[in-house]
Ligand binder design. Structure first.
Ligand SMILES: C[S@@+](CC[C@H](N)C(=O)[O-])C[C@H]1O[C@@H](n2cnc3c(N)ncnc32)[C@H](O)[C@@H]1O
Length: 294
């Protein structure tokens, strides 16, 4: 399907993704359900001797590894990784040759998903592990309180991918007295650890959707990894945070979710954003004509 305008689609992403044309999207963000309720057991990765392998073992011998092998780990997690694998293959197919995938996942699942993504994208196409750190809610007393999510970043082609750090919002220096006043005023480039509050319970951004992610976190990804007019995709869309950011930044988007509630919320959110933008546009035009006639 050739796309002419942004759209929101209701249905299972595995049914809908095949309808989208290869290499359409400059950036894809996904935040799948996390699979946190499972008992975790032993993890085994099958390895075989291979001179071109991705791992080095005893005596410098090279091995290649495969995650989806016969193992107790596989059986326990078959459903989750088996659920993700065909969808991630579509993500790879749908990315522009210079495109980027942002895969948002719970810290308990991140390592298993990384191996799967290494298989689909190639280990050399792994760009970053972003840690989104927040500070909210109860604190465990028997271990370090877990207050972060992981975002795994993969590019389609490690030798040719779009990334513009200059577009990204800068952060204040921790010790501004140690740099020149000009540098302190400009701020520093963010690293791969992003401190950002969760969606505020009374904030204007809140839609009521339980797993809604903050626009500020997605804004950075969209700014760094796409240009105005590019296409962005989220096929686990929830309340439509990716589209909200894309709409505000002049990108095109496709959202997919199988929940009617999610789609209703995302549609209402986007029409409010467009309404506010139209109001702002009308306000700016009115003040321009007022100052022109003064
Ligand atoms: C963690 S939420 C996404 C939240 C979103 N990032 C936001 O900011 O609101 C995951 C979403 O995936 C959707 N989902 C789960 N399985 C799906 C499938 N097979 N096809 C399409 N959507 C699916 C759920 O309905 C849910 O809305």
């Amino acid at each position: 399907m050739e796309l002419s305008e942004s759209r929101i689609m209701l249905g299972d992403n595995l049914d809908l993704l095949p309808t989208l044309a290869d290499e359409t999207f400059q950036m894809i963000y996904i935040d799948p359900p996390f699979n946190t309720g499972r008992v975790q057991s032993r993890k085994t990765i099958a390895t075989e001797s291979n001179k071109q392998g991705d791992r080095t073992g005893f005596g410098g011998r090279r091995y290649s590894s495969r995650l989806l092998s016969e193992s107790s780990y596989k059986d326990d997690f078959d459903d989750y990784l088996g659920f993700l694998a065909p969808r991630l293959e579509h993500a790879h197919r749908l990315l522009d040759p210079s495109g980027t995938l942002y895969f948002h996942i719970d810290y308990r699942e991140a390592h298993y998903c990384k191996l799967l993504l290494d298989e689909i994208f190639g280990r050399e196409c792994f760009l970053n592990e972003i840690i989104w750190a927040y500070d909210y809610g109860a604190r465990a007393k028997k271990r370090w309180p877990a207050k972060h999510d992981t975002i795994l970043v993969y590019v389609k082609d490690q030798a040719n991918f779009y990334y513009d750090s200059e577009e990204v919002d800068r952060e204040p220096y921790m010790a501004p007295g140690l740099v020149t006043p000009e540098k302190a005023a400009r701020g520093k480039l963010p690293t791969d650890v992003w401190w950002h509050t969760i969606v505020h319970t009374n904030g204007s951004e809140k839609t009521g959707y339980p797993t809604q992610k903050p626009e500020g976190v997605l804004r950075r990804m969209v700014l760094a990894s796409s240009r105005p007019g590019d296409w962005c995709l989220d096929f686990f869309a929830g309340s439509g945070t990716l589209a909200a950011v894309a709409e505000k930044l002049g990108r095109n988007y496709v959202l997919i979710d199988e929940s009617e509630e999610a789609i209703t919320i995302a549609e209402a959110r986007l029409s409010e954003i467009r309404r506010l933008a139209a109001e702002d546009g009308a306000g700016a035009q009115a003040s321009q004509s007022a100052s022109a006639s003064a």
